[in-house]
Design a protein around this ligand. Structure first.
Ligand code: THU
Length: 131
């Protein structure tokens, strides 16, 4: 199992591939599976703006599309003094596919903070309401 610092390093490395020509705000994510594999993602922007893909969702889609279904943690890295948390839609998607996992935030200055997804998305709507 990777250390928190290794997971953040993977997110920082993924961030280097960000396609952020419009916002210039580069984000990287590293999603760890239950078995310890790491799937990374970066944000990918587009001239329509609205079709932008966030780093977190890219990592989730990559892992799901490779058949992984159980996840343990995610790390998110950006160059912001206040640590960048996942946006609202990413919180919903993380809840759907990962549940109440630890979300490790980091920046380029070495600041780190770990939050549970439940803290970021209280009273989440999910499949339990549909039964
Ligand atoms: N972004 C992410 O990829 N993840 C986040 O957690 C916050 C925002 C991206 C989307 C867009 O490409 C840029 O950051 C500015 O919003």
């Amino acid at each position: 199992m990777a250390t928190e610092s290794e997971l953040i390093d993977a997110a920082l490395k993924a961030r280097e591939n960000a396609v952020a020509d419009y916002s210039h705000f580069r984000v990287g994510a590293a999603l760890e599976t239950e078995s310890g594999e790491i799937f990374t993602g970066c944000n990918v922007e587009n001239a329509t703006y609205g079709l932008t893909a966030c780093a977190e969702r890219v990592a989730v889609w990559k892992a799901l599309s490779e058949g992984r279904r159980q996840f343990r943690r995610i790390a998110i890295a950006a160059d912001s003094e206040a640590l960048t948390p996942p946006c609202g839609p990413c919180r919903q998607i993380l809840w759907e596919f990962c549940g109440d996992i630890p979300v490790i935030l980091g920046n380029l200055q070495g600041r780190r903070e770990t939050l549970q997804l439940r803290e970021l998305l209280p009273r989440a709507f999910d499949r339990s309401f549909l039964k």
